[in-house]
Each structure stands twice: as structure tokens, then as C-alpha cells.
Design a protein around this ligand. Structure first.
Ligand code: NAP
Length: 246
């Protein structure tokens, strides 16, 4: 489905990003893995991707850093020649009630989760526009749609990602580039692993499908949006949340 394409996936060494990178590779795409911190998990993902017979390279980059993002995007374009698909997935949480939230926790989440999407999109945009059917997929969250107590920073960033997605869709449509967002609900990854069981049970009880989602269930939608099957979808926000937001 993605044979011959190159996909850049940020935060691809863990969780949802890893599942997206692996599923895109399984469907024929070569993958540029952007990670931060520990190179070992990124190397493991690279090896797993190479088992599908496609190319994978790893790039360390803090997506919130404008200049570092520029340098790494230039290196990716140099290495792969062109980029067809971008998945802006990297994200962090620094939860607290607004009354107790520090300025630095607000800024960090906005800088990684929102400015990071701007940085990588901007620096890859020319290459993606040159691709015949470019695809940009931003990982938002239902928190950006509904708001969520304890996540003023995160829900503001994710709502910003939704606005950025719609604007990018409008600005890039003339070059046949689509831009869509996926808004996951509650997904089993490192991000949710440390939540107390009582919080998980209470969340599950409000989800019509009565369970958390898996990274693969988000990756399925990302592959669909990257494929020819989604050629007439742009500016959309697809909730993948077990019905949480109905
Ligand atoms: P995760 O496993 O913690 O993945 C986040 C990834 O982003 C990690 O690989 C992390 O690297 C990377 N990252 C963090 N800061 C970065 C930076 N400054 N530059 C580059 N990479 C950075 O959690 P996840 O659940 O898979 O999250 C993936 C995306 O889904 C996020 O955007 C998140 O907001 C969104 N999401 C998750 C859920 C959920 O329930 N899990 C729900 C809705 C939306 P390190 O591990 O090295 O820090």
C-alpha cells in the first residue's frame, strides 16, 4: 500500500509512533525514525523495520528546537532523496490542575506537542510538496476536542494541533498534499502506563467499548490516511477512542 514511499515518524521508538512506523514499513514504506534520548529502542525499531525489507534510519532530534529540527530534516532529505509522508507523533504530558501548573510545564508541553509539529512540518514541507501525493498526519488527542481537567497545557497544545492541521490542509492542498489529524482516546502506552489502576478503571467505564485502545489501532488509521484510499480526505480529525467522545 505504501511501496516506494518514505515516511518520517517523530517519537517513533515507543508507543503509538513505533506502531505507526512498523505498520507503515510492513506496508512497504521506508522509515526515518526521529527519537529523543535513548538510542537503543530506536535501534530496535530500525532493526524490526529492516526485517520488512525496507530502509530505516534513526535521527536524534528534539522536535521543539527549531534549528535542530531544520538540521535533521535536511539530513533526512539528503539520505532518502525525498519524503512522501510525515507523521507528527512526538508528545509529552506534564499534567496538573491549572491552579497548580507551573509556567515551565505549560511551556514544555506547548513547545513539544504544538511547536514541534510546526517545526518538522515547516522543514519538510518543500520535500513533501514535491512528492506526488504528500501526506501529513498529526497525532492530536480527544483532550484537544473535549478539554480534560488536569491537562490545560496538553489540551491547549492538541487543540492547537487541530487548528494547525486544518490550516496546513488548506495551504498545501494546491500541491496535492493532504493533512489530517488522528485524535486517540485512551491508549495503552508508556504515557498511560503509570496511571493508577483506579483512574484506568474509571476511564474505561466511560468508554462505550469498555477498554483502552492499542497502539496498533491508531496505526491502522495512520496507514489508511497515508494510503491512496484516503486521497480525498483532508483537514479531518479522526477520533479513535472507542466511542469516548460520542
Ligand atoms: P510515548 O510512548 O510516551 O511516546 C511519545 C514519544 O515522543 C516518545 O518516543 C518520546 O521519546 C517522544 N518525544 C517526547 N518528547 C520529544 C521531543 N522533544 N522530541 C522528539 N521526540 C520526543 O506515548 P504515546 O502514547 O505513544 O504518545 C504518542 C502520541 O500520541 C503523543 O503525541 C500523545 O500526545 C498522543 N496521544 C496518546 C494518547 C494515549 O492515551 N497514550 C492519547 C491521545 C494522544 P522518549 O520516550 O525518548 O521521551
Amino acid at each position: 500500500m505504501l511501496k516506494g514511499k518514505t515516511a518520517v515518524v517523530t517519537g517513533a521508538s515507543t508507543g503509538i509512533g513505533k506502531a505507526i512506523a512498523l505498520k507503515m514499513a510492513e506496508n512497504g514504506a521506508s522509515i526515518a525514525i526521529i527519537y529523543i534520548g535513548d538510542a537503543n529502542p530506536a535501534q530496535d525499531v530500525k532493526k524490526a523495520i529492516e526485517n520488512y525489507g525496507v530502509r530505516a534510519e534513526i535521527y536524534e532530534c528534539d522536535v521543539s528546537d527549531f534549528e535542530a529540527s531544520k538540521t535533521i530534516c535536511e539530513k533526512i532529505i539528503e539520505d532518502f532523496g525525498s519524503v512522501n509522508i510525515l507523521v507528527n507523533n512526538a508528545g509529552i504530558i506534564r499534567d496538573n490542575l491549572l491552579l497548580r501548573m507551573s509556567e515551565s510545564d505549560f511551556d514544555s508541553v506547548i513547545n513539544v506537542n504544538l511547536k514541534g509539529v510546526f517545526n518538522i512540518t515547516k522543514h519538510l514541507s518543500r520535500s513533501i510538496m514535491r512528492a506526488e501525493e504528500g501526506r501529513i498526519i498529526n497525532i492530536a488527542s480527544v483532550s484537544g476536542i473535549m478539554g480534560n481537567a488536569g491537562q490545560a497545557n496538553y489540551s491547549a497544545a492538541k487543540a492547537g494541533v487541530i487548528g494547525l492541521t486544518k490550516t496546513t490542509a488548506k495551504e498545501f492542498a494546491g500541491k496535492n498534499v493532504t493533512c489530517n489529524a488522528i485524535a486517540p482516546g485512551f491508549v495503552e502506552t508508556d504515557m498511560t502506563a503509570n496511571l493508577p489502576q483506579a483512574v484506568k478503571d474509571s476511564a474505561n467505564s466511560t468508554i462505550p467499548l469498555k477498554r483502552m485502545g492499542t497502539p496498533d489501532e491508531i496505526a491502522n488509521v495512520a496507514v489508511f490516511l497515508a494510503s491512496d484510499m484516503a486521497s480525498y480526505i483532508t483537514g479531518e480529525v479522526i477520533k479513535v477512542d472507542g466511542g469516548m467522545c460520542i
